[in-house]
Design a protein around this ligand. Structure first.
Ligand code: DPP
Ligand code: ZN
Length: 870
């Protein structure tokens, strides 16, 4: 279990000029023949070459036509070392692999009756011997041969060059990808798949053939994904001036996938969760996620594929940037305010937790044991925040200038995060040296803000100070960072003040020193500050605002994000006050101002309804826990429930009326307006049902029965099941009967039950795992049951006797022998142990120790538990 360091990067001894692969696909094995032309890297005087290769059965190998006896090779279970090589040579090899036995879902594997690949990050080494590193780029030609009846569809990257019949009922298909690519972007598929097709005409008038391939039973659920693809292609032309570069674009759908989707050049492979969507099987959120992930993978074609990563430490170069791009895509297609709030809500609960945990790492990590453990919220979501900060500092025009220079300099190559930063800096003549700390310093910086109003001078002063995060673990002393703080000031009527000579009502203040002040003159009364608007930097902002200030901002802030955040701060303050009161056996009385503020938001008809829905949604336990120490989960849950009860007591009439106003019988559409309306309506229903009132259970049953869309039915079903309201077991049974052949639908059914907040849920979870619809081999099912129970049912997972932790540890150990990547994801659910009450924390740690002590752990799981114990 070797640790790999970024500082040890060395360019390869040999480059690859071209690759020619042939696959002979049989049912129980596949024969892979490779012809690879290598050329010495002149910058390095070394004539040895290490070829990665794992789980390969080498049949033969030759160099420039000279056969080398397999016994004479220096061969290990990691790969093959060749030495005394000429400057240029052709390597030929033949290996046998066994895709049907591959449960790790890396390399070539089987899903249902078809074969497919996943090569990022290091799966290609399970296909053939190769320098499996992202800085080795080559054009690929791929020929696939297989039985024509069993495997009528044969796909690989690039454009299809030829196809035809062969003897023995076989056929072949030959693909050419002219764009040099690293091996992690290789893909191939063989199987009996149906497809839908469409065309897209690019800005330079080229017709692109678009196809989505799936098993026949899902063929009617791909249309939304196809439309999303066309939207993404158009958007990337319009906003980024980026045009597609092959004749075809193919997408293949599978139920068995470790990730969400994969951007292989010209041949994306998708988890079915992010393609299949119909009115009666997908929620509004599902539709929006489909569009976002289709967009994300498409956008990788330029940010990831055309320009790729020099090494895996630079992963955020493509992921942070592409997440930023997909966020902007969704913002332009849907509600910008809602998208921003949802993204930040996720960042502040989950990524901040990661940043405070033993797994805390910089956006560009310094070392890893297993790269798959670094496909993290930090690399993706915090990485996207870093890209967003360039955008905030440079503006859209400056940012696009930076992008243009980035493509001009680096198209067709493998580069680093520094190259991206330099392009942004050079295109705008801006010094972004200090900004580079965002890539190298781990943890979430803390910013404090204090204000002072001088009535005599009519001057308002804001004093900012930045502090290192507790989890900072760099080798050198922490340095102040370059933090853009977008801000506005409001007078007591809620009007924004003019902040400078240009009369701007908001500005971006650049905090670059440890302490720094901002003075605004001609301020005629103490204003209310709105700081870090739009969440302009991924920091923890601490400011001394009163309850009244937050309520004021919740009512007046013109920045939608800060308006929502003010409402959250109010809710959080009250839940925490109740939590402390419960611990001290006291009662806490919620100030009337809270209910007034809540009512104003709820009944505000001028606001985006999606924003209202979010503003009246109380913080999740997870997002509260991130900001607390020694958490007693059961007490925290009770504190939140108390507030829900009080909201119901004060505002039930209003909530019910907003429910009815938004419960329309318009035919279903996934339009921004309807999505917003449904989210508000269903949040109201949530409150009503929490009251336990039979009348509202009835309302919920009615919605379940009469809805014309899945959002409304599944919401109603979930609410009834979570309350264990009369009739819920029958509804669950009906659902199972209707959908048992549809894994995605069953996964939702599993998740609903895994998140019932009842004493016996763990027993129920164990029973669910015995059903034929569950398998530890299927990552979506594992996430739907284990993931949902551990991350979505905190009162049960953190049961005081520790049974939740022991259960997770059992499952991790079982999973590790099947699929180490997923096992590592699951064991990470213990990573926030530091946040909890010592009684819980010790039990979490003892399960981590138990896993650590187990025999034959994968590198994936080992790295997570080992870090936790350091
Ligand atoms: N498929 C993953 C993603 O798109 C990894 N590249 O983020
Ligand atoms: Zn990605």
């Amino acid at each position: 279990k070797k640790e790999i360091f970024r500082a040890d990067y060395q360019p390869p001894n040999y480059w690859v000029r071209w690759v020619d692969l042939a696959f002979l696909v049989e049912q129980d094995h596949t024969l892979v023949s490779a012809r690879i032309l290598f050329k010495r890297n002149r910058a390095i005087m070394d004539n040895t070459l290490f070829l990665d290769g794992q789980h390969l059965s080498l049949q033969r190998l030759s160099i420039d036509g000279d056969e080398v006896a397999v016994d004479d090779l220096y061969l290990t279970d990691r790969g093959l070392l060749l030495h005394d090589l000429p400057d240029q040579f052709e390597l030929r090899s033949e290996v046998k692999i066994y895709p049907a036995e591959n449960t790790a879902l890396e390399g070539l594997y089987q899903s249902g009756e078809f074969f497919l690949t996943q090569c990022e990050a290091e799966g290609f080494r399970r296909i053939t011997y190769y320098p499996d590193r992202p800085d080795v780029l080559a054009p690929f030609t791929v020929t696939i041969v297989a039985d024509k009846t069993r495997y009528p569809v044969l796909l690989s990257n690039g454009n299809r060059l030829a196809a035809g019949d062969l003897s023995h009922n076989r056929h072949y298909c030959k693909w050419v990808d002219p764009h040099p690519k690293p091996s992690y972007l290789f893909a191939m598929v063989a199987g009996d798949l149906a497809y839908i097709e469409d065309q897209f005409t690019t800005a330079n008038n080229k017709q692109i053939q678009l196809r989505i391939f799936t098993e026949q039973r899902n063929i009617d659920a791909c249309d939304y994904a196809m439309q999303s693809l066309k939207n993404a292609m158009r958007w990337d032309e319009e906003r980024f001036n980026l045009v597609y570069d092959l004749d075809e674009y193919n997408i293949v759908v599978t139920d068995d996938f470790n990730m969400g989707a994969m951007e292989n050049k010209g041949l994306n492979i998708f988890n079915s969760k992010y393609v299949l969507a119909k009115q009666n099987t997908a929620t509004d959120q599902d539709f929006i996620h489909v569009e976002a992930v289709i967009g994300h993978e498409y956008f990788h074609n330029w940010t990831g594929n055309r320009i790729t990563c020099r090494d895996w430490f630079q992963l955020s170069l493509k992921e942070g940037l592409t997440v930023f791009r997909d966020q902007e895509f969704t913002s332009d297609q849907q509600s910008r305010a809602v998208k921003r709030i949802e993204d930040v809500r996720h960042l502040r609960s989950a990524q901040f937790a990661e940043d405070a945990s033993p797994m805390s790492h910089p956006v560009r990590p310094d070392s890893y044991i297993e790269i798959n453990n670094f496909y993290t919220l930090t690399v993706y979501e915090k990485g996207a925040e870093v890209v967003r900060m360039y955008h905030t500092l440079l503006g859209e025009t400056g940012f696009q200038k930076g992008m243009d220079l980035y493509f001009k300099r680096h198209d067709g190559t493998a580069v680093s995060c520094d190259d991206f930063r330099h392009a942004m800096a050079d295109a705008n003549q801006m010094d972004l040296t200090q900004f580079g700390l965002w890539y190298s310093q781990n943890g979430t910086p803390v910013v404090t803000a204090e204000s002072e109003y001088d009535a005599d001078e009519a001057c308002y002063r804001l004093r900012f100070e930045q502090h290192p995060p507790d989890s900072y673990r760099g080798k050198t002393a922490w340095q102040p960072m370059h933090i853009p703080i977008k801000l506005a000031l409001y007078d007591d009527t809620g009007r924004p003040l003019k902040l400078n000579r240009q009369s701007d009502t908001h500005i971006v203040f650049e905090l670059t020193q440890k302490q720094q002040s901002l003075e605004i003159e001609n301020v005629s009364g103490r204003p209310t500050p709105s700081l870090l608007q739009g969440f302009s930097a991924p920091v923890r902002l601490k400011q001394k605002l009163t309850f009244e200030d937050w309520a004021f901002l919740a009512q007046h802030d013109q920045d939608a994000f800060n308006r929502w955040d003010a409402a959250q701060q109010l809710q959080q303050n009250i839940i925490l006050a109740k939590y402390r009161a419960l611990q001290d056996n006291e009662t806490h009385k919620t100030p009337k101002l809270f209910f007034d503020s809540f009512r104003q938001l709820l009944l505000n008809e001028k606001l985006d309804k999606g924003l209202v829905a979010l503003a009246i949604t109380l913080p999740t336990l997870q997002s509260l826990i991130v900001n607390m120490d020694a958490v007693d989960v059961a007490v925290l849950h009770r504190a939140k429930e108390q507030l829900v009860d009080e909201i119901n007591q004060h505002l039930q009439v209003e909530i019910l009326s907003v429910y009815h106003q938004n419960h329309t019988d318009e035919p279903y559409q996934v339009s921004a307006r309807q999505v917003a309306q449904r989210s508000l309506k269903n949040r109201c229903l949530w409150y009503l049902v929490q009251s336990g009132n039979k009348e509202f259970y009835h309302l919920c049953h009615q919605q379940h029965k009469n809805a014309d869309n899945y959002t409304d039915t599944i919401t109603a079903l979930t609410l009834l099941a979570h309350r264990q309201a009369p009739g819920y077991e029958d509804l669950l049974a009906d659902y199972y009967n209707q959908w048992q052949e549809h894994p995605l639908m069953i996964n939702k059914w599993l998740s609903i039950q895994a998140t019932i907040p009842a004493e016996d849920t763990l027993d129920r979870v164990r029973q669910l795992m015995e059903l034929p619809v569950f398998s530890l081999k299927n990552p979506n099912a594992v996430r739907a049951v284990l993931g949902a129970f551990c991350a979505g049912n905190l009162t049960r997972f953190h049961a005081p006797d520790g049974c939740g932790y022991a259960f997770l540890a059992d499952q991790v150990l079982a999973l590790d022998t099947i699929n180490p990547q997923i096992a590592a994801r699951m064991v990470s659910l213990l990573n926030d142990f530091r946040q909890f009450h010592p009684d819980l924390r010790h039990q979490m740690l003892s399960q981590i120790k138990r896993i650590h002590a187990a025999d034959k752990l994968s590198a994936n799981v080992f790295e997570i538990v080992d870090r936790a114990l350091q």
